[in-house]
Design a protein around this ligand. Structure first.
Ligand code: ATP
Ligand code: MG
Length: 574
């Protein structure tokens, strides 16, 4: 492609709303343009990268026996009512009514549609297993779209779904996809970790996330420095040893704590550690009914663990201060478990603690020597706190946990029969008996992966594309486009390299060399050929490697063979 014919417009300045370097570079490099919050046009350069990621996906999935389809984006409410997710999915689901007063949503994911497809087609065990996938635009009405393509409202996803006769076979499908994902992300040139994760509102029991490591990632990951344990902090268990202390229970006493509103204030005033205090929090549980949660003063509540403990669909919301006052007669800061008439969930770390200090449910007062069972009833002890870095690994119990930040680019779930049961997707077994189909689902954020690749591969001058997904292989800077010999030679390279199957962008603009070099660095194509009249007259052509900054001078008749060899060496098939 010649720049003058292409639609490439680079910018000097990044938009004010771009926080991440990758977002800035996508906009400055002319890869994407914003239409509205979380909604972007993929310009040609971006589309070329997306197509390359998609090609890797298709190759790896097709070779593993998956079948590509394309399902509708507009989906009828009735189907989502069958799974219960019309309500459950909440405001992420963009809903609309048509002229016939029928309700639809834009697909944020396709479990419902694909299960409907399968229940209509699959008759017997002979039709199974199947794995169906698509690469398609999804819409989620994200509350706060941000970071460019990282959290868009409209984004491209590869979603695959497996269908099997039983659990054993479904788990085989799961691990096959898990391996496929490993290969895919390796091929895209990304540094990633596979972590244990929460199933979110997709449902299911076995699930892993594929996280690209990046300081700017939204997810926190805990990784053991001794064994293979790695988990999203949302689900990382805390190590707990159930060892009663045998200390005697003291008599309960109320004491005044005016103006002491926070755990920090209270700890300071009482001259004890925050971890020796007990804090009481209130959330809206299943059906919005209030639930009390007790933790050590120094611990942070993990809402995902709480969600899974109380069995709500989404992470619970906190009660407002006024709602707390109505429930307990005191504002947060003076609340405690004694006298409460709501379920009380207690973090396991408090199980063996005696003589707690808690709020008195009377503003400006606390109680000391409060004890579970004697003074209030615990509904359930559970692991509810956020595990933190430096703690002991819950798996090997030897190593220490290290914290990383990650960008979730892929997610695999074993679903069991959640959707087949809800939508009655069955097959006839060997004995002619009707059985529920076992399912798994597997997603990759294609547009997010593109940006994650930039987040991991850039320098102060611009993008440094991994070769497998670069929009072009070679960027020719034609410095003197008016020089006939030089532009003829450039055309010759252009044709020859393309005939080898390499992709070439020629910057043939009437611009200063400095501008061309800056843009070349910004766009980030792996190899650059510098075609300057002076060098050419002296019998040399400069080839620059974007990643290392290395510059190699070759004779004009060796340019093509040098480049072909270079790409072979780095393992690019063309
Ligand atoms: P997140 O936790 O980031 O909101 P999710 O867990 O809800 O994502 P999944 O339902 O697992 O997302 O979707 C599969 C993949 O789609 C994710 O791993 C991610 O790469 C991508 N994805 C999800 N939401 C977005 C979004 N708003 N913008 C871009 N990509 C997304
Ligand atoms: Mg996910």
């Amino acid at each position: 492609m010649k720049w003058n014919q292409a639609h490439i417009f680079t910018l000097r300045e990044a938009p004010a709303d771009a926080e991440l370097e990758s977002h800035k570079l996508l906009v400055r490099g002319g890869y994407i343009r914003k239409l509205g919050p979380g909604v972007f046009t993929y310009q040609n350069l971006a589309l070329r990268v997306l197509r390359k990621i998609e090609r890797i996906l298709r190759e790896e999935f097709d070779r593993r026996g998956c079948t590509e389809v394309l399902m509708p984006m507009v989906q009828p409410k009735e189907l989502w009512d069958e799974s219960g997710r019309w309500q459950e999915y909440g405001d992420l689901l963009l809903k609309m009514e048509n002229r016939n007063k029928q309700w639809f949503c834009l697909g944020p994911t396709h479990e419902e549609v694909v299960t409907d497809l399968i229940r209509k087609d699959i008759k017997s065990y002979r039709d199974l297993p199947k794995n169906i996938y698509q690469i398609q635009t999804k819409y989620r009405d994200e509350i706060r779209p941000r970071y460019g393509l990282m959290r868009g409202r409209e984004f491209i996803m590869k979603d695959a779904y497996s269908f099997d006769v039983d659990r054993e076979s479904a788990l085989k499908s799961y691990w096959l996809m898990y391996e496929a994902y490993k290969v895919v992300f390796k091929r895209t040139g990304l540094d990633f970790r596979i972590v244990e994760a929460d199933a979110g509102n997709i449902g299911g029991s076995l699930t892993h996330e594929f996280q690209v490591l990046a300081a700017a990632g939204e997810d926190k990951l805990l990784v053991c420095d001794n064994c293979e344990f790695a988990a999203n902090i949302e689900v990382a268990p805390s190590v707990f040893e159930d060892r009663p202390t045998g200390e005697p229970l003291e008599k309960i006493e109320e004491f005044a704590t005016p103006d002491l509103k926070t755990i920090a204030d209270l700890a300071k005033s009482l001259k004890i550690k925050e971890r020796d205090l007990v804090k009481t929090l209130f959330v809206k549980g299943v059906d919005g009914k209030p639930v009390a949660v007790l933790l050590r003063g120094s611990d942070e509540l993990n809402l995902v663990k709480l969600k899974n403990t109380i069995g709500s669909v989404n992470p619970p919301e906190f009660l407002t201060d006024e709602e707390v006052k109505k429930l307990t007669s005191a504002y947060p800061g003076s609340c405690g478990p004694v006298g409460l008439k709501v379920p009380i969930y207690v973090d396991q770390y408090l199980k063996n603690k005696v003589n707690w200090i808690v709020g008195a449910n009377r503003d400006g007062f606390h109680l000391k020597n409060v004890n579970q069972d004697r003074d209030f009833k615990v509904t359930l002890y559970a692991d509810l706190r956020m595990t933190t870095k430096g703690e002991t690994c819950p798996k090997c119990k030897k190593g220490k946990l290290k914290e990383f930040r990650g960008i979730e680019v892929g997610h695999v779930f074993y679903l069991g029969t959640k959707y087949s049961k809800a939508l009655n997707a069955t097959y006839l077994d060997h004995g002619g008996k009707s059985q529920l189909i076992e399912m798994g689902c597997y997603g990759i954020g294609v547009s997010r992966t593109m940006q994650a690749a930039i987040e991991q591969n850039h320098d102060e001058n611009g993008i440094v594309w991994p070769v497998e997904i670069a929009p072009y292989h070679i960027h020719i800077c034609l410095l003197d486009p008016k020089d006939k010999t030089l532009s003829d030679k450039t055309d010759e390279y252009y044709m020859e390299l393309q005939s080898l199957g390499l992709e070439v962008l020629v910057d043939d603009r009437e611009e200063r060399p400095g501008i061309k070099f800056k843009d070349a660095d910004l766009i980030g194509i792996p190899l650059r050929i510098v075609m300057g009249a002076k060098g050419f007259a002296a019998g040399e052509v400069e080839i620059a490697i974007r990643k290392t900054g290395e510059k190699i001078k070759v004779k004009p008749d060796q340019t093509v063979s040098y480049i072909a060899e270079w790409f072979k060496t780095v393992g690019v098939k063309f």
